[in-house]
Design a protein around this ligand. Structure first.
Ligand SMILES: Nc1ncnc2c1ncn2[C@@H]1O[C@H](COP(=O)(O)OP(=O)(O)OP(=O)(O)O)[C@@H](O)[C@H]1O
Length: 246
């Protein structure tokens, strides 16, 4: 266990995930400071999602340690990780399709609040995420972008101190993406945030410090402006995802 006074929200040490002969994450040492907003980038297959899933309990790493504020959480189940005050938005929206947007958000708010306050919080979060007009709609019938925003409202209703978002802008219209960017920036004033994302327009709107993955390892860690100018980063993207070089 590392020094609890080192103010790291998340720390991984030697984090490794192998699928048979494929090493998707290879001895990654990563640390997130308290209150930091960090974007994880990298070409397809770089290991970002696998790394993310090792943080959220969706995967149990083959080797290495994950700590949350100095407490080892390696291999914990996702629902126990959520109980620590970690909000998780996975790549595939995790919603109850037969329920309305409001009912989904309320289920999350109820974990934290008694019924009247949960109602108020749910309504607030739906407004904040720009989906109040969808409150009564069944989430199974919404577009992917709308579902992403409803799920974000669910995550926020849990009032997390750390938020982990995997490709939150996927399937969004330009307006939805702009709203999401404002929300993430606002959220990061009171919480630490990790965002895995492909959408460079979105990244440019929110990113500060960035970690670039390549071949399962951390390739670069630097402010976004430096990353955008980095020739070696451009090269690892070329032929895969030319946006970063644009
Ligand atoms: N469940 C799995 N079984 C076998 N191999 C896997 C599995 N999940 C991921 N991989 C492999 O691990 C490597 C890293 O994949 P991962 O999805 O983590 O990359 P990524 O950076 O998130 O890519 P993308 O941006 O395309 O989502 C790839 O070679 C991928 O094929």
């Amino acid at each position: 266990m590392s020094d609890p006074d080192d103010h790291k929200v998340i720390r991984t040490t030697g984090l490794t995930m192998r699928f048979g002969g494929v090493t998707a994450v290879d001895h990654v040492d990563f640390a997130l400071n308290e209150g930091e907003l960090r974007c994880l980038l990298g070409p397809n297959g770089a290991g970002k999602s696998t790394f993310f899933k090792c943080l959220t309990g969706q995967l149990t790493p083959t080797e290495g340690v994950v700590e949350f504020r100095g407490q080892p959480i390696t291999g914990w189940l996702t629902h126990d990780i959520v109980k620590l005050g970690i909000g998780i938005k996975t790549q595939v929206p995790n919603l109850f399709n037969g329920l309305s947007a409001y009912e989904n958000v309320r289920l999350s708010a109820r974990r934290k609040h008694l019924a009247p306050m949960a109602r108020q919080k749910s309504e607030e979060m739906l407004v904040k995420c720009g989906v109040a007009d969808l409150a009564k709609r069944e989430v199974g019938l919404l577009s992917h972008g709308q579902r992403q925003l409803v799920e974000l409202a669910m995550v926020l209703a849990g009032e997390p101190s750390l938020v982990l978002l995997d490709e939150p802008a996927a399937g969004m219209t330009g307006d939805e993406r702009d709203r999401l960017a404002r929300l993430v920036l606002e959220l990061s004033r009171n919480a630490s945030v990790i965002v895995v994302e492909h959408d460079m327009a979105f990244i440019r709107q929110i990113a500060k410090q960035v970690t670039v993955f390549n071949r399962g390892a951390i390739f670069r860690e630097a402010p976004i402006d430096e990353i955008m100018r980095d020739r070696a980063v451009q090269e690892i993207y070329l032929g895969k995802q030319a946006d970063v070089a644009a």
